[in-house]
Design a protein around this ligand. Sequence first.
Ligand SMILES: NC(=O)CC[C@H](N)C(=O)O
Length: 398
Amino acid sequence: MTTHATPAPTPAVLVLEDGSAWEGSAYGAVGSTLGEAVFSTGMTGYQETLTDPSYAGQIVIQTAPHIGNTGVNDEDAESRRIWVAGYAVREAARISSNWRSQRSLDEELTAQGIVGIRGIDTRALTRRLREVGAMRAGIFSGDQADRPRAELLAEVRDSAGMLGRRLAEEVSIAEEHIVEPSEWGWEGEPRGTVVAVDLGIKSMTPRRFAERGLRTVIVPADTGFQRIRELGADGVFFSNGPGDPETADEQVQLLREVLRAKIPFFGICFGNQLLGRALGFGTYKLPFGHRGINQPVLDRATGTVEITAQNHGFAVDAPLDGPVTAPQEEFGRVEVSHVCLNDDVVEGLRCLDLPAFSVQYHPEAAAGPHDAAYLFDRFIDSLPAAGSAAATAQKAGK
Ligand SMILES: NC(=O)CC[C@H](N)C(=O)O
C-alpha cells in the first residue's frame, strides 16, 4: 500500500458551454483544457478508460464517486498514453491500494500533463448532461481558475465541438506493428492474418485475436487497399476511434474496396459506423451517448441479452425492421443485428450477402463484461484460411 501526502488543494473550475460553473480542486496537471464533456458510468476500469484513444478530445466525467483507489500499473493501459482532454471526478483516492499498483492516478495524470478536477458534484453534472446533451467544456485550475468567468465561458464557446471533428489520424500509429499469437499464449501455427486499421485501436483487440491464433498487422489509418492486399489479409478489421464518423471518407472508400473484394470484415464501434457508411447509411450524433460497462444489448438473432462495454457519441441510422437492401445496392442485403435495450440505438450490422459484420459496442472488454467475446470467434470462423487451419489443428489433436 502506498500512501500519498494530501497536497494543499489548488482551486479549479469546470465551465460548461451552458454557462454553469462547477468549482472543485485541481487533479493531475494544473492549467487549462477544453473538450466535449461526456460521462462514463463504468464502476471500474478508469485506467482503460483514460487510455482508450476514442476519448481523444473529450473531458470525461466519472459517475463512480471514488476514482483512483487501485492506482495505475504498466499492464492495463489500452494504448501508449492517456488520451482524454480532461478528467473530472467526485472524490479522488488519497491512497492507492492494490497489489498491482505502481503509482497513483494523480501522479500519472500529472506526468502525462492531463488537467483534471476533483471534488465536484458529478451526479448533478451528469444529470445536466443527460438533460441538455453533451456540451463543450473547459477545466481551468491554478491561476487559470482566477480569470474572469465570462472570459472562461467565451473560451469554451469558441472551442471545437465533436460534430465534424476528424481525429482518427491523430491517434493512429505511424508505423505498421505486428502482434503474433505466440505473444498471448497460442502454441500452434498462426491461423491467419488480420489487417487491423488503427483508427484508435485498443491493445486488448489484437490480444483477443492472438489468443485465438490470429496474427494481427496493425496499420495506420491512411493505409490503402493495395497495402492490405500485399500483407496477405485473410480478414480486415476496423477499430474503434475518436471523432465524427462523417469525416472518415478515405476509410469508407477503403472499406468499400474490402467489401468488393469479399475479404471478411469485422468492425468495432467507429468500425461499425464506417461499415454503416460504406453500405450507404448515414450516422448521427446521439444526445449524450453511451459510455460505461453496463449497457444492455439485444442480439436479435438469438434473443440473448448481452451486458456490454460502450463508448460512443454517434450512431448508425439504419432501419431496425430488416433485412433491407443496402442503400449502396452493390453490397446486397444487410440487417441490424443488435440493438441497445435502453433506447433502440443500432448496436450491430450484419451483411447477408458478404462476409462482413460489426458492432457498436466493445467485445474486447477492457474494461467490461465478456458477454460478447463470441464475436471474435464468429470473425475467425468467417476466415477461410483459419477454418482449414483449425481443422488441421484439430486433426493433430490440439
Ligand atoms: N469508441 C468509438 O469507436 C467511438 C466512435 C465515435 N467516435 C463515437 O463517438 O461514436
